[in-house]
Write a protein that binds this ligand. Structure first.
Ligand code: 0X9
Ligand code: ZN
Length: 428
């Protein structure tokens, strides 16, 4: 009997990440703007999975499927874009990451029992329990909202944080979301940490006096959970009603599903693609939950941040064509204030943050993203954060758990600086 259990355990451990046998990751280094743009179109053409964004100053990281490997190397050679192998054997890297996370998890458990870990990645279950708990312990500052159910029936929970119960309509509102892209695990802890700072620690009381906050750590709980249980690189939601292919290829890219030049550029109509825009704009219940928050509080929203990874970038609209909006004047200064605050604290080996228009910084355009939608309906300060990641000198893929604390600490400084600066300019 014990032998069978052992055998089952071994099979489970080794079966994990099997899907990625034969896939490879490469560092890429476009050396000028023309190469960056060309690389942007190769991403589309070869269906490359961008794990870390390249700039002309900085290497990126892409995941290439087995049947595209030859085309990838020959096109990169043909264009003269520098690249080098990162992982020949992805499965062993993922196994290594699992081991690190497990170690950190055991250490945390030994130290502080049931509390949300800030030195490790956070499971969906732990985050949900934390939101319930904070709302229960701090009813004067935090109100739990359940915006409905995800496609698979998980609660879409977020917190409204306010010292005046959202009743003082003169206060600007700040909205921060995380976890729309399931595999970007560093995103939710930056939002839960902001909750802790605002509600539990109240280290910056002016931020509660001046603003109301909406913090939504895991917009896509189905996808997020799936990355812990089945497929580490899952990006999309898990809906299956999007096309005839839905049961074979579930999910929609939540950051292509907003109604802003929907499905026009940097998106796919193929349900199996990672950037599938959905059958129509706002097809995803999770995306509709964020849309509804934006509309409900619209005239008061000064700042919207959507947390992604990785690349150490603060990106602003428009991300579908690289032009600036008529209301773009304040976007660079608030973005720079956030980046400066983070850079002042950033440790090596993290790169310094870059601030700029999404298309110009990343070299590719993509429509239907949340920061564009928020800005298009009138949110003046709207940004996508590409949080830090490390893609060199590492044995694994994810940011090692020992760096998580650095990221939420520095990101909080960015949020504080952004709130204050946006608040100063808003409605003037
Ligand atoms: O492509 C995305 O959705 C974002 N990058 S990620 O690696 N996290 O997937 C960037 C979105 C930038 N914003 C716009 N294109 N509007
Ligand atoms: Zn993302």
């Amino acid at each position: 009997m014990r032998a069978w259990i052992l055998l089952g355990l071994i099979t489970f451990v080794f079966a994990k990440h099997e899907h990625y046998i034969g896939w490879k990751t490469f560092h890429v280094r476009p050396s000028n703007d023309v190469q960056l743009k060309t690389f942007g179109s190769l991403i589309q053409q070869l269906d490359l999975d961008v794990l870390g964004h390249a700039t002309t100053q900085r290497e990126g990281l892409v995941l290439v499927q087995p049947d595209q490997l030859e085309a990838f190397t020959s096109l990169m050679d043909g264009q003269g874009i520098a690249y080098r192998i990162h992982a020949d054997d992805i499965k062993s890297k993922l196994d290594y990451d699992d081991m690190l996370i497990e170690e950190a998890h055991n250490a945390t458990k030994a130290r502080n029992g049931a509390r949300l870990p800030y030195d490790n990645y956070q499971t969906w279950e732990a985050i949900e329990a934390y939101l319930d708990d904070v709302a229960r312990r701090f009813p004067n500052r935090a109100t739990l909202v359940n915006a409905g159910q995800s496609f698979e029936g998980r609660n879409l929970k977020y917190l409204k944080i306010s010292s005046t119960n959202f009743e003082d309509k003169s206060k600007p509102v700040i909205v921060i979301d995380g976890g729309i892209h399931a595999r970007e695990w560093i995103s939710p802890p930056t939002v839960t940490w902001a909750i802790r700072k605002l509600v539990e620690d109240v280290t910056e009381p002016d931020l509660l006096d001046r603003f109301d906050w909406i913090l939504f750590p895991v917009v896509n709980p189905d996808g997020y959970r799936f990355t812990f249980t089945n497929n580490r690189f899952w990006r999309k939601t898990r809906s299956t009603d999007q096309s005839a292919l839905g049961s074979i290829c579930p999910g929609v890219d939540g950051n292509r599903n907003y109604d802003f030049f929907w499905n026009t550029v940097g998106t796919s109509s193929n349900a199996c693609a990672d950037t599938f825009a959905g059958r129509r704009a706002f097809s995803e219940v999770e995306v509709r939950a964020v849309r509804d928050i934006l509309h409900e509080h619209l005239p008061r929203i000064a700042l919207y941040l959507s947390m992604h990874s990785f690349g150490s970038m603060i990106l602003y609209p428009w991300g579908h064509d690289g032009f600036l909006s008529n209301n773009a004047l304040g976007l660079p200064p608030v973005g720079i204030a956030m980046a400066d605050a983070i850079n002042s604290k950033a440790l090596s080996p993290f790169p310094r943050y870059v601030v700029g228009n999404s298309v110009l910084v990343m070299g590719y355009a993509a429509s239907g993203a949340s920061e564009d939608y928020a800005h298009s309906i009138g949110v003046p300060f709207s940004y996508t954060y590409e949080l830090p990641g490390l893609n060199s000198g590492m044995q694994g893929f994810v940011l090692e758990p020992r760096y998580i604390q650095q990221v939420w600490e520095e990101t909080w400084l960015g949020i504080v600086a952004g709130a204050r600066r946006a608040g100063d300019i808003f409605r003037k």
